[in-house]
Write a protein that binds this ligand. Structure first.
Ligand code: ADP
Ligand code: MG
Length: 282
């Protein structure tokens, strides 16, 4: 069992105006895992993520860091945000400097690092997202997908232990999603813990280790991705259909197997093997 890096215990949150966004929400982020915050629109995903780096403060309950209650004074928040980097859904809400290099440098400069260290971090963050060639570009001239990568690079340059991403694949085309996931996978393999929100069950099936299933501001259940996605009753309650790939695998192989194929190519291979010899529908 890996260590709990960050946890939410009994969070309640209400927006000014009276909308209750979180209610008695419990969640654990385990070190070294990829956790999907999976839920329909309006289920409270973004609100929860804003609690994970102290941007919002719960009305009731607490965030625990390394199993200690988080504190909200300036110094504690600064330390917290060095460890937990949040990438907002809209890159325009995150990017504000004139050029890519300036934008990605901003965080590390604020940490008071030497110029050399800042340069090194910026270069390595840009390389990790495959956007080294954009360094001198004006941020306002970038495409949405490029901006998304710049926003992630800016957080990455802070070298957080935990990278939190709000709907990282939203608005990207197929190739953009593939490139982004590849970059995030490298970061994960280099030791980063990842938390990402999504309403995309296929993404959660293909990519998450664990899933916390959200519904109306609370977590219906958290566990290994496959166990959560196979819980039809809980998925129905969350108003989500099961992933098509999982349904295909189960139709071919029954509900057996602890590690069914998750990648599209593997599922297609399985399908082809099963169809060999069998007549194809015309
Ligand atoms: N700034 C805000 N002011 C008032 N209500 C909000 C605000 N942001 C979100 N909400 C409400 O809080 C609930 C949860 O929203 P959100 O966390 O954005 O969900 P999700 O990210 O899962 O779509 C929704 O009912 C939404 O309308
Ligand atoms: Mg959201």
């Amino acid at each position: 069992m890996s260590v709990s890096l960050l946890a939410a215990r009994g969070l309640d949150y209400r927006y000014p105006g009276g909308i209750t966004a979180l209610r008695d929400l419990h969640l654990t982020v385990r070190q070294g895992r990829k956790l999907a915050i999976l839920g329909a629109n309006g289920s409270g995903k973004t609100t929860l993520l804003l609690h994970l780096n102290g941007t919002l403060r719960p009305a009731r309950g607490e965030i625990r860091l390394d199993d200690h209650p988080a504190a909200y004074d300036r110094r504690s928040l600064d330390r917290w945000r060095c460890r937990v980097g949040l990438v907002l859904q809209e890159p325009d809400d995150q990017i504000f400097a004139a050029t890519v290099e300036q934008d990605v440098s901003f965080g590390p400069l604020n940490l008071g690092l030497s110029e050399r260290e800042v340069r090194e971090r910026v270069a390595s963050a840009l390389r990790a997202l495959h956007i080294a060639d954009l360094a001198a570009r004006a941020t306002h001239s970038l495409s949405f997908g490029q901006k998304k990568r710049v926003a992630i690079a800016g957080v990455l340059a802070m070298r957080p232990e935990l990278l939190v991403l709000d709907e990282p694949t939203a608005g990207l085309d197929g190739q953009g999603v593939a490139h982004l996931l590849e970059a995030l996978q490298h970061l994960h393999e280099a030791g980063a813990t990842l938390v990402f929100s999504t309403h995309d069950v296929e993404l959660a099936y293909a990519w998450a280790d664990d899933i916390a299933l959200f519904h109306e501001g609370t977590v219906l259940g958290q566990g290994e991705a496959l166990a959560v996605l196979r819980d039809r009753e809980m998925m129905r309650k969350a108003r989500l259909a099961p992933p098509l790939l999982l349904e295909v695998v189960e139709a071919l192989d029954g509900a057996r197997g602890d590690s069914p194929p998750r990648a599209r190519a593997e599922v297609l291979d399985l399908l082809r093997k099963r169809l060999k010899g069998a007549p194809l529908a015309s």
